[in-house]
Design a binder for this molecule. Sequence first.
Ligand SMILES: [Zn+2]
Length: 343
Amino acid sequence: MKIFKGALVFLFLNFQPAYADVYVSRIFRIQPFSQKSVSVPAGKYAAFPFKVTTSGDINVTARVLNQPFNDGSIWVCDARNFELYRKKQKNECKGANRQRDIIKFSINVNRPDTYYLIADNTFSLLETKRYQFSVVAPAIMDSAAREKILEVVTTIDKFISASFIAPKFDIKIVPCGFANAYSEGSSGNITFCSELLFELVKSRNDGAFYGTLFHELGHSLLNLWGLPNYANEETVDEIATYFLLQSGNAKLLSDYASYFEDKNSQSEADNIISQGGTHPLSVQRARNVRNNARNPQPFMDRWNRQIYPHMTNNGLKNIVRNPDIYSSPTLAKTELISRGVSW
Ligand SMILES: [Zn+2]
């Protein structure tokens, strides 16, 4: 595993701990179109094909951007019905007809096919319609990709189980209907939504995948250790930074920061003002990650002091035997001595 090139790999050598469950769903949800904009002249339509590889729900969210005439029609057709639509024949395309402002609907499809999203403006005589739309569709994960993800998550799970004293918790990658990841307060179980995984795979950002998973691990571990800051988003971003630095792969950390830098902090601020939220703005998160990584030694020393008392004897012994640049072997020895354990 690339990520464990550094110290992490030493921590779980020769251990046979009881592992928590790791689960990666075969079915996941992809977003063939995300906030796609299109202008459709009066009397015309625009069709956007997308492949669906399994049965399930297709969710469409669209917005008609025209003012004041914010009515629009959006349809989803399978290949056969799209042909009928194209020829202006009776068809069974499904969707919303002349709806105002925000259009939202779901359709259940029972077979793989090429489907078409149609932004329809055949009803207008003069006005060009401007639409923005997103589509979420079910997909079957490529089995090689699934194996790879399972292997990565299992490796991280083994590392956690071998290194830290904590009740077992599960890590699941499953479709959620939204792109996010979260840690459950009581159990520490982690859900990483496959929608988010897909987004990160599309942007080829490994660092954001590991960073997000380590962020959630931070929530879970601090919570299970009974520490007060387990829900503090800045604290658990520091845990993500702590693990990413230990990976010895500077690109992962930099990619995690760029993931936040690429987000729109202005719209996040608007959302936080209107709806609330616990995460700092992405621009702040990126700066925090980069600032902590800029002067890593004191940062890592502080976190080592916090984390070593919660490490297993074997985890500590491995630090003493195979220290890396960010370990504190003297501190690990002190902790082992206090437990009456030799190394
Ligand atoms: Zn969080």
